[in-house]
Design a protein around this ligand. Sequence first.
Ligand code: F6P
Length: 327
Amino acid sequence: MENNISKIGVFTSGGDAPGMNAAIRAVVRASIYYKKEVYGIMQGYEGMISGDIVKLGARSVGNIIQRGGTILKTARSQEFRTREGREKAFQNLKKNGIDSLVAIGGDGTFTGLHKFYEEFKVPSICIPGTIDNDLAGTDFTIGFDTATNTAVEAIDKIRDTAISHNRLFFIEVMGRNSGYIAINCGIAGGAVATILPEESITMDDLFAKLDEGGKTNKKSSLIVVAEGSKIGGAIELAEKFSKRNNYFDIKVTILGHLQRGGTPTYFDRVLASKMGVASVEGLLAGRNDVMVGIQNGKIVYNDFNTIMAHHHEIDNESLRIAKILSI
Ligand code: F6P
């Protein structure tokens, strides 16, 4: 059954991701194309609660497809976790006549939207926007490609100085509890080891790996550490390693929020554009409480429970390749 909607509210929530602006643009223009009004809700659920809502037109989203960050701003709202907060948000939507929602964000955003849908039945769809690529139901999230490219570019620069000084670098990348960014940076950046939350590696394994390199005259090395590593972050690992090592001169780089900014890659812009249009078309077709995804190159819609019941697993082939190439 189709949703009977006329005013769509769009917002970004959680950590920003490059390509979110391209997604906003696509939602706005697709809404207008289908003769619906569209409103931007500022700062995610925070703006819904405070009533910070602006009408958008096709020109409001001109010249943003290439920009990182999000023109609608974003937040991680504590108040929306409460029933009172969600009630205020609902009243504000009603006041503005907004009868449907498109949220762009990660699992926290989708969890909030799901709760809101259960309580108030406002037709709603989520677009996966997070650099972490940690959501089941889509092969890629918006921002992952750009963030990984940014990290690889930084790793290449670190490699130059590492080689010049015969140093060992522990480089920490983002990804929360997911090793997606790390494994791809490890392969593309030529790391000797990649420490992932998904794998159980011990300090002894790591020492053995680096000792092997020492024996074959490896003078410098890069180790990529996912921030969700179970055996410690880059600083901790470097400290532990220095106690047992008298071979390498050790340094640490934490790439941090650098990975969240910058111009989105063509891939993220196209992905965001496809998902943005699909979110509006999904809403019009009567889909609710689902997340748009892309699987094997095709747009798909999965419901909240399906997405949350699974992890977005790192493929075994990537793990195998990384192992073969890191000798
Ligand atoms: O979810 C995106 C992400 O960048 C994670 O990789 C990271 O753990 C987290 O957000 C950092 O969040 P904040 O910017 O709120 O510190």
